[in-house]
Design a protein around this ligand. Sequence first.
Ligand SMILES: O=C(O)CCC(=O)C(=O)O
Length: 222
Amino acid sequence: MPPPDQGPTSGPSARLAPGVRVIHLGDRWAAVSLQRESPELLVIDGFLTPEECDALMAAALPRLTVSETVADDERDRVRTSQGMFFDPGETALIRRIDARVATAFDWPLTHAEDLQVTRYQAGQRYDPHYDYFSADTPDDISGVRHFGQRVATVLFYLNEPVAGGETEFLDLQLTVRPRKGCAVFFTYPEASPSSLTLHAGCPVAAGEKWIANKWLRRKAFG
Ligand SMILES: O=C(O)CCC(=O)C(=O)O
């Protein structure tokens, strides 16, 4: 485990050889249905069980508030959804998911934000954005000095909207359709557009879309 003020030397990664189609999550194995390099991007089926997805949505529902973005004044324009954060290690389920993320992507639990759950209703979306913080948002850059930059995202789909709600990676010409329990992992070791991680949550055309996010940091968080 690295000291809290000093990140691990290399970044989070599944460290899978090209073409490997399974990943060990610690307590279970899961199927890798897509693997790309530069940036490392994996789609992992069954990272969460359907029951775990249902339990996360039920626990999050009464605590949802309007979602924020990296720049609050932008929130109506770029992200229209409701969200909440679980407290660190709040329940056995949260601890289990944290442990799977740490094992799968070889990254200390200390260097990760709390699990966020987001609900999009019909018509809601998240416009194209990067997950790292930029120098254009001074408050966030001050957070980066304390907690380190974000270096990877784990995005979990908790349900399947009736229509729409795909995640689009604009630089990669890649569209991922939400499938319950599936996780998308992608890395951006450099906080720059050269990471090719510009992505968007497409508008939900019908039904609801529920996701969870875990962002991994360069330094200890919290
Ligand atoms: O909703 C999606 O598919 C993408 C969500 C996203 O980009 C985010 O939460 O940072």
